[in-house]
Design a protein around this ligand. Structure first.
Ligand code: ARG
Length: 460
């Protein structure tokens, strides 16, 4: 078969070489960006007097027609062709003849592919920002319902101190807000135009790259042509942002899986988002949460895959870089799916407040409050910590809890203990007392919720 570049070759490409080489199978999804980029490129060439007005109009109209034909499903992709750029150009020349061949003036597929991928990433990042805001909104409204829902906070997966469910959810809100900021920051580096770099060294034509940037909504242009065609930092950075999002969703899903287990029973996943077992009739499995947790692996895989592909590549473009697309597409598809189903599952989750509270009554979650009680009576924290530790040991040895130990038993450990200790170690009071901003008390959480509602207003 005849290639775009075939004239200098003594024979046509083997079928197997062609199949191996072609990226059309997967880069066809870039058609919209390829066409839009070409329309802008032709407009710039015409503004610079490199194409006539008529030529530009002919090219632009044909490209627009090709775009709508592809969108309507009226175009058959010829997978013998090398890539989406070749395919669009071939369609164009088939439709308008020789004028179509002028489009590639002052351009190479190397800067063209870099442009297409940047445009694709920009669109997907914008979608992702919207999805993150939706997720944060759901978390925020769930948090608002649960500012007094007391649950154990954990360290080392051991019950540590009582907190509220709202406070726990608030941690994830912060993570997803950071993800949002990270993407916004990445976007700035994606939004730089590579077109005009040519194959690697620009060209002799009097093009205006700033004009193309303006037409396509890019903030600036890549300042080095070698870098413009060989840079995939923006893809790697994007994959790193996506990996971070998945890491956050994975941690959250892991907690949901634990909370939904018989051992915890803190939440019940709605039947619409759980599955059964083909063997054990009693089972309800948290498949959605598990799949989100599991899919994290493939997104990390995409990041590592491209980092490895790019390692040691000499400047400028190398065909290795064609391998950027499949991991990138797969990562976006995966994250998109996860961020679409996660809020749905959360909106339908049932929270078992009683179980959460009950879990706070075992495990000495108020031992720190006991120590802090003594601190307030003037004892240095280290000594208070030791006294509280002794009380815990006494309880374990005598099958008691800190609430059922009587005052005379407490007095044997430290004379500073008085009757008011019981109010200080009450689980509800314990949460109430930690009202420092950032803490679990209703008062503190509500302040943060207000801040986050303002954040939503600015970003929603
Ligand atoms: N399909 C190629 C890619 O995705 C496009 C650029 C090819 N350039 C070249 N000179 N072979 O990277």
């Amino acid at each position: 078969m005849k290639q775009l570049w075939g004239s200098g070759f003594s024979k046509a490409l083997n079928k197997s070489t062609n199949d191996f080489n072609s990226s059309l199978r997967f880069d066809k999804r870039l058609y919209k960006y390829d066409i839009t980029g070409s329309i802008a490129h032709a407009a710039m060439l015409s503004a610079q007097g490199i194409l006539t007005k008529e030529e530009n109009e002919l090219i632009a109209n044909a490209l627009k027609q090709i775009l709508s034909d592809i969108e309507d499903g009226n175009v058959n992709f010829d997978f013998d062709l090398e890539d989406i750029h070749t395919f669009v150009e071939k369609l164009l020349t088939e439709r308008i003849g020789d004028t179509g061949k002028k489009l590639h003036t002052a351009r190479s597929r190397n800067d063209q592919v870099a442009l297409d991928v940047r445009m694709y990433v920009k669109d997907e990042l914008e979608n992702l920002l919207k999805q993150l805001v939706s997720l944060i909104k759901v978390l925020l409204s769930l948090a608002k319902e649960h500012t007094t829902t007391i649950m154990p906070g954990y360290t080392h997966l051991q019950r540590a101190q009582p907190i509220t469910f709202a406070h726990h959810l608030g941690a994830y809100i912060e993570m997803f807000k950071r993800d949002y900021e990270r993407i916004t920051d990445t976007f700035k580096r994606v939004n730089i135009l590579p077109l005009g770099a040519g194959a690697l060294a620009t060209g002799p034509h009097n093009i205006n790259r700033y004009k193309t940037a303006e037409l396509l909504g890019f903030d600036d242009i890549c300042l080095n042509s070698l870098d413009a065609v060989s840079d995939r930092d923006f893809v790697i950075e994007t994959l790193s942002d996506l990996s971070m999002i998945m890491m956050h969703t994975s941690r959250f899903c892991e907690e949901i899986i634990l909370w939904a287990s018989k051992e915890f029973q803190f939440v019940k996943i709605d039947d619409g988002y759980a599955t059964g077992s083909s063997l054990m009739p009693q089972k309800k499995n948290p498949d959605i949460a598990e799949l989100i947790r599991g899919k994290t692996g493939r997104v990390y895989g995409s990041l590592v895959s491209l980092l490895t592909t790019m390692k040691s590549l000499p400047l400028a473009y190398n065909k290795d870089m064609q391998e950027d697309k499949e991991p990138l597409f797969d990562a976006f598809d995966t994250v998109k799916m996860c961020l679409s189903i996660l809020p749905e599952m959360l909106e339908t989750i049932t929270v078992n407040k009683d179980k959460m509270l009950k879990a706070c009554s075992e495990g000495f979650l108020n031992a720190t409050d006991l120590a802090d009680y003594l601190v307030k009576k003037g004892l240095p924290f280290r000594d208070a910590h030791e006294a509280s530790g002794k009380a815990v040991r006494y309880c374990i040895e005598n099958d008691k809890t800190l609430d059922t130990m009587n005052l005379s038993e407490y007095k044997k450990i430290n004379g500073l203990f008085e009757d008011d200790l019981y109010a200080a170690i009450d689980i509800k009071n314990s949460v109430k007392s930690r009202k420092v901003i950032g803490g679990p008390a209703k008062e503190a959480v509500e302040k943060v919720i207000l801040i986050n509602e303002e954040w939503i207003k600015q970003h929603g």
